[in-house]
Write a protein that binds this ligand. Structure first.
Ligand code: TRP
Length: 434
């Protein structure tokens, strides 16, 4: 979990009660100048989910069904999955099948576009807060890659080095360096360079008047009161933070990229992201129609639990909370064995008798995210629940699944040259039928 808090939060303005309370309807109210009413609590033990903090007091982690209600988004249900599978003619990604991507906004509208042969594009991003990514960071990017391949659409990736230098004690120059380092990790995931554009704000915005113009258009639509309501900013926050949401909103308007979207008609945008980013896009969805654009659609993921358990998420600022993409096989093995929270029992006898709990077991969660084989996963779940499989054995399986993913990633990253990297950043048309 990122430990940096907006000073509004530090000063006791409860960002969460305001943020979590703001479903689309609420944001509309907020943007129309009606104050957000205090969230009255519904017995979820105080889950905290906003762009800067994610925490739960429950060992099972965040209650995602309650979050859907609070945010006013929609559940990715069986019906949506069935419709998606019918349209694409293949099974959905296991992240969707297993509820890791669990919530959406307007995804049905994207599927309708697909049925009508109309275009859309994908947008996702990363705030480069550290030199190395951890495996939890891969999730939205794996989803973006699958969506890109499945729908054959362009993808834009925003690296918010500006955001990180505003929120952290990070020099502009260093934030830019981190963005370039992170880009290597993202490219190593294997995006098609003919259909993918990557940009870091601190370099790109100065080269793209269209983006700056859209930022200003967005800034004209949102007051300080409104961002206070949505993000919990306070009077003592630096003005960079207050205006930043417009920077993250702009790529959801297709005219921000005139070199990609050459037609006059706005193109629909679909954003796969972790649910903590939703406040940005609630704001974006409110503003877009006023500027003549469709509302962006969203696919929301849950968080990858910290090795210590689902009360917090993997964090780049805590070495022991996460498996990093730079870790050696030995480090991965040690970390999982030493830190991965176990849902097993205290003694072997007790475990054999009563069985383990896969819901809270982090080694099992690692398999749920990264073991693609459904049958194998179910086998493990049953064996662990019955007590046939011990914690040590489950951890061994998790290590065997995670290590090769990290190793492959390191190989792919190492193979990247400066030229291959530069290609993704080049301001250019993408291969895109429209
Ligand atoms: N704010 C995000 C972060 O800190 C980065 C980001 C920018 C992003 N644009 C995005 C994430 C679009 C998801 C979708 O990581």
């Amino acid at each position: 979990m990122d430990t940096t808090e907006s000073s509004a939060v530090a000063e006791g303005v409860d960002a969460l009660t305001l943020t979590n309370n703001a479903g689309d309807a609420k944001v509309d109210n907020v943007l129309n100048g009606v104050e957000a009413t205090e969230y009255d609590g519904d017995g979820d033990g105080g889950d905290v989910v906003d762009p800067w903090n994610v925490a739960s007091s429950n060992e099972r982690g965040i209650d995602y069904d309650k979050l859907i209600k609070r945010f006013g988004s929609s559940k990715i249900d069986e019906e949506l999955i069935a419709r998606l599978e019918k349209i694409i003619g293949k099974p959905v990604h296991h992240f969707i099948r297993r509820g890791i991507f669990f919530s959406h906004r307007d995804f049905h509208a994207i599927l309708t576009l697909k049925e009508q042969g109309k275009p859309f594009y994908l947008y996702t991003g990363r705030g480069p807060s550290s030199g190395s990514l951890h495996i939890g960071h891969l999730i939205p990017f794996y989803m973006a890659k699958w969506l890109q391949e499945t729908f054959d659409v362009p993808l834009v990736i925003q690296l918010t080095d500006d955001e990180k230098s505003l929120w952290k004690d990070l020099k502009i120059e260093d934030a830019i360096k981190l963005a370039h380092e992170n880009a290597k990790d993202i490219i190593a995931i294997g995006f098609d360079s003919e259909k993918t554009f990557i940009f870091n704000d601190l370099d790109f915005i100065g080269k793209c008047p269209a983006m700056y113009q859209n930022m200003i258009r967005i800034q004209k639509c949102v007051t300080f009161n409104q961002v206070k309501g949505i993000f919990g900013f306070g009077d003592s926050d630096i003005i960079g933070k207050i205006s930043f949401p417009a920077v993250q909103a702009a790529p959801a308007l297709s005219s921000t990229f005139p070199f990609i979207f050459t037609g006059k008609k706005p193109v629909h945008c679909l954003i796969p992201c972790a649910i903590d980013q939703d406040p940005y896009f609630r704001m974006t969805r409110d503003v877009a129609p006023r500027l003549g654009y469709p509302k962006c659609a969203l696919l929301h993921s849950s968080f990858f639990p910290a090795l210590q358990g689902a009360k917090s998420k993997m964090s780049a600022s805590d070495q022991n909370s996460a498996v990093f993409l730079t870790d050696t096989p030995k480090q991965i093995k040690n970390k999982i064995n030493k830190y991965a929270f176990s849902g097993g029992r205290t003694t072997v006898e007790e475990h054999r008798q009563l069985g383990g709990n896969t819901d809270v077991d982090v080694a099992f969660q690692l398999l749920k995210f990264f073991l693609e084989d459904d049958a194998k996963l179910e086998e493990v779940r049953v064996a662990y629940t019955k007590g046939e499989l011990l914690t040590g054995e489950l951890k061994k399986l998790a290590i065997e699944v995670v290590s090769p993913i990290v190793e492959e990633h390191q190989k792919a990253r190492k193979a990247l040259t400066d030229e291959s990297l530069a290609k993704y950043f080049e301001i250019r048309p993408l291969k895109f039928t429209h």
